[in-house]
Design a protein around this ligand. Structure first.
Ligand SMILES: [Zn+2]
Length: 452
């Protein structure tokens, strides 16, 4: 008699209480028990993962899907294939690069329509804050926006302009009253202007790096922290690159400011001095920084100074990435790594002492908390059965032609990563199985608080 839909047995189940041998039991899309193999019931599907890790599905809270409007950059079908293949079971889409940008309730509805029926993993949406849309915010929260993102410098697309301090003073009290989080791209305009016009060879990464100094991140972080202290609005620093930011954030936190911070796999994996000339696949903003900075980011993660890791999956077509010209100054800044984030973080983290429990916390539990998804991000009874079977010893050499994102541009090309994704389950449904996608798209919209 089958009493469960799915049982996954493994020597290494990664739960908030630690890693142990046993079985995860799921029924109706939900984890019903984490138990011993002996106590696991019969199930419609029994999977013995052997020595492989069973991890909670990755919750990637920083993904630019770009559909509708710029589906030629990336869309829900391709992005969520990449997600499923990479062990990502929930994505939260950023409000910019799609047209319209997600800055009104109507635009949020357009996003939702675009995703329906196409997504292989679950998905949610951040709303956007732009000058003059404060009066649209409440309706977007009511419609299921999980929080809001803003820029303090130009975003790269004209329809999503940056906000001023005055704009934030208007909108942050509204967000605070609804206990909604504000995410900010933290680079400030003045230090960027002070860095001046780049003088060096545009084919060298160092020339790009010189235009985006750590001081720009620091000034923006300080502004955001001050506004949070003033308004009581919860804030989150996206894609921290400059390690100096860790201390400023920790000090504010100690003083009672409600702030969290993420970094990205590429800041933890690649050092600026290793970027080959003309290799614009490595361009992102803020930029990759020197190795010494990378090691400080790792120390920040290990100490809890950095809360979580998100991919900032931000693809663009080859012409925009200037793949042929190799010009760092005119190339689109963005690295698409939904599919590789988990093995990249494991590869770089393992040699620095990171454990499977750290992976679960940085990539699943903490992002789920940020996005207010109470049923995601943990292997524990009552949580969604979003599960990844991850062979933490297997190696793979990244072949761009085998990636599932729309444009197969990646700085990880030819890199050997440790850790491969074998099977992925979304609410108990197998969405990826050793290179195959066995079901039609089953992804659902996670409407935040409405879920509770
Ligand atoms: Zn981004």
């Amino acid at each position: 008699m089958a009493t469960a839909d799915l049982v996954i047995a493994s020597a290494h189940i990664v739960t908030p209480a630690g890693v142990h041998a046993g079985a995860v039991v799921a029924a109706g899309g939900v984890i019903t028990a984490v138990t011993t193999r002996e106590h696991a019931p019969d199930a419609a599907r029994l999977l013995d993962a052997g020595e492989a890790l069973v991890l909670p599905g990755v919750v990637d809270t920083h993904v630019h899907v770009n559909e509708p409007g710029r589906t030629d950059w990336e869309g829900f079908a391709t992005a969520t294939r990449a997600a499923a293949a990479g062990g990502v079971t929930t994505i939260v889409d950023m409000p910019l690069n799609s047209i319209p940008p997600t800055t009104t309730a109507g635009a949020l509805a357009a996003k939702q329509r675009a995703a329906t029926g196409q997504a292989r993993v679950d998905y949610g949406f951040w709303g956007g804050i732009v000058p003059g849309n404060a009066n649209a915010v409440e309706a977007m929260i009511d419609a299921g926006a999980l929080g809001f993102k803003c820029f303090l410098v130009p975003s790269g697309v004209t329809e999503f302009p940056p906000v001023t301090r005055a704009d934030l003073r208007t909108v942050m009290p509204i967000l605070a009253a609804r206990d909604t989080v504000l995410l900010a791209h933290c680079e400030a305009p003045n230090p960027l202007a002070a860095a001046g016009t780049p003088g060096g060879d545009p084919h060298r990464h160092a020339t790009w790096l010189a235009t985006r100094p750590p001081a720009a991140e620091m000034e923006a972080i300080d502004q955001l922290l001050a506004l949070s202290a003033e308004t009581g609005c919860r804030v989150h620093v996206v894609h921290l690159s400059a390690a100096e930011g860790i201390e400023a954030i920790a000090a504010a936190r100690a003083a009672g400011v409600r702030v969290t911070v993420e970094t990205c796999p590429h800041y933890l994996f690649f050092a600026a001095e290793d970027v080959p000339d003309r290799a614009t696949a490595f361009k992102c903003a803020p930029p990759l920084r020197p190795r010494e900075n990378l090691e400080r980011l790792w120390r920040g993660l290990r100490s809890g100074g950095i809360d979580l890791i998100a991919s900032d999956h931000s693809p663009a077509p080859p012409a925009m990435k200037q793949i042929d010209s190799g010009n760092f100054l005119t190339a689109w800044g963005g690295i698409a790594s939904l599919e590789l984030a988990l093995p990249a973080v494991w590869t770089a983290g393992r040699s620095r002492g990171a454990s499977p429990g750290d992976l679960a916390r940085w990539l699943s539990a903490a992002p789920a908390t940020l996005a207010g998804l109470p049923h995601k991000g943990r292997i524990e009874a009552g949580y969604d059965a979003d599960l990844v079977v991850f062979d933490s010893d297997a190696q793979l050499v990244v072949d761009p032609a085998r990636l599932h994102q729309r444009h197969r541009i990646t700085p990880y090309a030819g890199v050997t990563l440790t850790g491969t994704v074998r099977q992925v389950f979304v609410r108990g449904i197998c969405v990826y199985d050793d290179g195959r996608f066995p079901t039609a798209p089953v992804g659902r919209w996670v409407g935040g608080r409405e879920e509770e």
